[in-house]
Design a binder for this molecule. Structure first.
Ligand code: ADP
Ligand code: ZN
Length: 321
């Protein structure tokens, strides 16, 4: 455990006592730290957001600087119990690592090995609870959205990249590093789909075949301009269904929430559900999948708010947990 981490733990214990002693309306900070934009908020949940700002992700110094100045202003009004951060990655979630709370080997220019949690902790002096953007979105949907009262949940975003947050027993799954569902390898029929894939590491992994930029390159037009009956959507649904089946067989989630820009195409849901049932071929004997698949594979209830609200949920869990 590094010294900052030890300090965080100590401050966290102090804050636990403070939380118990103070009113339930204590404020929490939240950051949805995306590769395109950051959203910062102060509050306790969807019905109690006391301040919010958003700004584009530029350099680490400028972006972290804007976040720190927002929370310093907030702290002038009321103390923050903790700050939850859901970050783009890959990130270091190993609490024993000297680089805990950092973005690690990202290809995003200027951002590799950026110390996010320790920089925020040193500036603000509140406990920082840090996780992946997708684990945090999963927590948001679990707490206030489409996966309430379920303990085993997968949240997948299909956008510029593809990623999944996984809750097992209500806890975000980290494991060795953290899941990298976007880089699952899938069967790829080169006769049907000669597109080689767009992932710089793997070519035709899930993200290389089915992310928004992959769709744009395969069809030579932005994904949002493909008509709803374009054959590209059937192929897209097939790849996503193959990924879902792999996740269903390994993790046995009770519900799968599918979000992100590409999932704004509503016709995808019916295609994916039918393909999942066909690919499983009746083997997973659950009425949830066999008879209620419409409520098994669902869109997010919080829409674009899952990340920032999930970061509030993360901060609350970090302090009381
Ligand atoms: P990000 O992944 O950067 O956080 P989004 O989840 O909005 O952001 O994903 C952006 C990607 O989703 C882009 O590749 C874009 O082309 C695609 N996209 C956005 N809106 C739609 C839409 N209505 N239909 C299909 N694809 C879309
Ligand atoms: Zn890949």
């Amino acid at each position: 455990m590094g010294s900052i981490d030890r300090q965080c733990t100590r401050v966290s214990r102090v804050n636990t006592l403070m939380t118990e002693a103070s009113s339930h309306r204590s404020a929490y900070g939240a950051i949805e730290a995306g590769g395109t934009k950051w959203v910062c908020a102060v509050g306790t949940g969807p019905d109690d957001i006391r301040a919010e700002t958003r700004f584009p992700t530029t350099t680490p110094a400028e972006t972290l600087g804007r976040a720190m100045s927002f929370f310093r202003d907030a702290q002038a009004n009321e103390p923050l119990q903790a700050l939850g951060v859901g970050s783009f990655g890959p990130v270091d979630l190993d609490r024993t690592s000297p680089t805990y709370g950092s973005i690690t080997s990202t290809p995003k220019p200027g951002w590799a090995y950026t110390e996010v949690a320790s920089t925020l902790y040193e500036a603000l002096g509140v406990p920082i609870v840090f996780d992946t953007d997708v684990n945090v979105a999963a927590l948001g949907e679990h707490r206030w959205g489409a996966a309430q009262d379920l303990e085993h949940v997968v949240y997948i975003t299909v956008g510029t990249g593809i990623g999944a947050g996984v809750l097992i027993g209500g806890q975000p799954l980290h494991g060795l590093v953290h899941p990298e569902v976007g880089h699952l390898r899938l069967p790829h029929d080169w006769q049907v789909d000669p597109f080689p894939g767009s992932c710089p590491y793997h070519g035709d992994c899930l993200e290389g075949l089915a992310s928004g930029p992959a769709l744009a390159r395969r069809w030579a037009q932005p994904a949002e301009t493909l008509p709803p009956d374009h054959p590209g959507w059937r192929l897209e649904a097939r790849y996503l269904a193959l990924a879902l089946v792999n996740l269903i067989c390994t993790l046995s989630p009770q519900r799968i929430v599918l979000g992100g820009g590409v999932m704004e195409q509503p016709q995808l849901f019916a295609l994916i559900r039918a393909d999942v049932q066909q690919l499983l071929n009746g083997y997973v004997r659950s009425t949830t999948i066999l008879e209620q698949i419409d409520s098994y594979i669902v869109p997010p209830a919080l829409k674009g708010r899952a990340g920032v609200l999930g970061a509030i949920a993360l901060a609350q869990r970090g302090v009381s947990g």
